[in-house]
Structures are given as structure tokens and as C-alpha cells.
Write a protein that binds this ligand. Structure first.
Ligand code: CP
Ligand code: NVA
Length: 309
């Protein structure tokens, strides 16, 4: 079986729950092991994942590479600029050719339409490693982190602060699939897309867009933010000024529940979207969140190969 993971809705709530449970079990089973040692069952032995990066990455690159090693498989990591893709070979032809060599493809790209095109032409699973539209693997790790820190997902209240971007889109999708609340503190002109809000609404989740950041964090179990300027976006002074009131600092965190978990997908622009006090403070779970990219993605890979869910 071969399944694409382009967005969280491709899997649905039941499969996501199965993946998160598997991630918890696998993480526990290898506690204290050397990081490069394969899991006891090595379920992806003999399989190879190709990774294509059209944008920079540290966590996605390393966590997928280590995920494949721990599952007993191997990887090929490519920057698009050094591939023929970077000289105009089409996405469709790249998908056809890579499908003859490898067992799955992960791609980080600028335009979400490209990953849809790749999935249409690949005969192996295609995984979204971030597009301008969404970042589903990140939110798998975020959900795992919230379960670890809050014991449950359903019923939690997540407050987003800042830019209505790709990461927020996947959080909204996750909330609508997994039964948690999402409140977005975003300045005018930087809201999440209507398409994403409408899809969530159809699944029963209404996401309030709040201009007052204090109202957004009120009663929050999870406070989450991200860079104000995503990869590929112009560094506009006007945008930075609009975002300034949404900075997650100690005063804003004090408006959430006292034991609220602070998340940030990283890389952080310290002193912009969040202060050091919050990033390095007692509520911060950002290093667990980063590590959980590895554990959550192992389960995503198994799901793509039909070995889970
Ligand atoms: N959070 C995340 O996707 O990090 P990288 O850009 O380093 O992969
Ligand atoms: N929103 C950010 C996430 C980086 C992991 C970006 O797209 O650059």
C-alpha cells in the first residue's frame, strides 16, 4: 500500500491517533539507546526515502534521515538546486523517475501546487516536508508534545500568536480533526486562509480571529507562535510592525493557564515573535517538540507504507 501525506486530512483523525500512539510506544521502547541504532523490528529495512529541499532546513532534514535509519531504511538527501529540477525538469517527470529508484519521496517546496502535482505523478508515497500552505509533519510533532505535557489533546485550547501562516493552517486542520480548540491572535491582513477556515468549519471547528493577543491566550493550554517572516517572504518593516503586539513574552504568557505549554516549530527569531524568557522559560517545550519531529515522522512513514493505521 502507498499513501501520500500531503496534509493531515489525508490521514484523518483515527489514523493520526494511531500514529501518535505508535510514536509514543516507539519513543519509549528505545529510551537510552544510541540514536543511530535501529528499532528492534526495523520495519523499513530495505526501503529508501528520497528527500528534496527547495528551501533551507535543519530539523526536517535531520529528523527524516534519522527516522529512516531507526526504522532500518536509508535516505538520499538532495537540494533542488543541484538536481535537474533546478534546471527546469518538471515536477511530474521528477516524480516518475524517482518512483523508479526509491520507495518514498519527501519534498519541501515553495508552492503547495507542486507537491500535489508530485503526488499525482509518483507511484510511491509523497510526504509534505513544508509548503507555503502547510506543515503537517510539524503539527504531528506538536500534538505528540502536547500529549506528553498535557496527557491529552482533545479539549485542549491552543492559542496562536502572529502570522496566519503554513504552520497555523496545519494547527487549524489538526484541531478540526482531533477535537481541540484553536484561537488565532493575528493582525489585520495576516489571517489564515479562508479555505483552511472553511474546511475546519465543515468539520465543526470555528477558529476565532482575535486582534487582542490577551484575548487569544485567555485560558490557553498551549501557546504557539512562529517566525513573522516565513521562508520566501520579503522582510517587510510594515509586517514586523503589525506583528509586534503579538510577541510572546512573559506578560502575554501570564494571560494563559499557569501550566500552559509554549511551542515554536523553530528556527526562532529570538526577541521578535518570542522572547528568550519564554523560549527558555519553564513553560517552554520547544526542545521536546523538536525531538518529537523524529518520533512522529517515523509513524508517518509507517502509515505511508500501509504498516500502520
Ligand atoms: N521546524 C522546521 O521545519 O525546521 P527546519 O526548517 O529546520 O526543517
Ligand atoms: N513558517 C515557517 C516555518 C519554518 C519551519 C516558514 O515557512 O518558513
Amino acid at each position: 500500500m502507498s499513501r501520500h501525506f500531503l496534509d493531515l486530512a489525508d490521514a484523518g483523525g483515527d489514523a493520526i491517533a494511531a500514529m501518535l500512539n505508535d510514536a509514543i510506544d516507539r519513543k519509549a521502547a528505545r529510551a537510552g539507546w544510541p540514536k543511530g541504532k535501529a528499532d528492534a523490528d526495523a520495519p523499513l529495512a530495505g526501503r529508501t526515502l528520497a528527500m528534496i529541499f527547495e528551501k533551507n532546513s535543519t530539523r526536517t532534514r535531520v529528523s527524516f534521515d534519522m527516522a529512516m535509519r531507526q526504522l532500518g531504511g536509508t535516505t538520499i538527501v538532495m537540494d533542488a538546486g543541484s538536481m535537474q529540477l533546478g534546471r527546469g525538469e518538471t515536477i511530474a517527470d521528477t516524480a516518475r523517475v524517482l518512483s523508479r529508484f526509491v520507495d518514498a519521496i519527501m519534498i519541501r517546496t515553495d508552492d503547495h501546487a507542486k507537491i500535489i502535482e508530485m503526488a499525482e505523478h509518483a507511484t510511491v508515497p509523497v510526504i509534505n516536508g513544508l509548503t507555503d500552505h502547510s506543515h503537517p509533519c510539524q503539527i504531528m510533532a506538536d500534538m505528540l508534545t502536547v500529549i506528553e505535557h498535557r496527557k491529552a489533546l482533545a479539549g485542549t485550547r491552543w492559542a496562536w500568536l502572529g502570522d496566519g501562516n503554513n504552520v497555523l493552517h496545519s494547527i487549524i486542520e489538526a484541531g478540526s480533526l482531533m477535537g481541540f480548540e484553536v484561537r488565532a491572535g493575528c493582525p489585520a491582513g495576516y489571517e489564515p486562509s479562508m479555505e483552511v477556515l472553511d474546511a475546519a468549519l465543515k468539520r465543526g471547528l470555528t477558529v476565532p480571529i482575535l486582534r487582542d493577543p490577551m484575548a487569544a491566550v485567555d485560558g490557553a493550554d498551549v501557546v504557539v507562535t512562529d517566525t513573522w517572516i516565513s521562508m520566501g517572504q520579503a522582510h517587510a518593516e510594515q509586517k514586523l510592525a503589525a506583528m509586534a503586539p503579538y510577541q510572546v513574552n512573559a506578560a502575554l504568557m501570564a494571560g494563559a493557564k499557569p501550566d500552559a505549554v509554549f511551542l515554536h516549530c523553530l528556527p526562532a527569531h529570538r526577541g521578535e515573535e518570542a522572547t528568550d524568557e519564554v523560549l527558555d522559560g519553564p513553560n517552554s517545550a520547544i526542545w521536546d517538540e523538536a525531538e518529537n519531529r523524529l518520533h512522529a515522522q517515523k509513524s508517518v512513514l509507517l502509515w505511508c507504507f500501509g504498516l500502520l493505521g
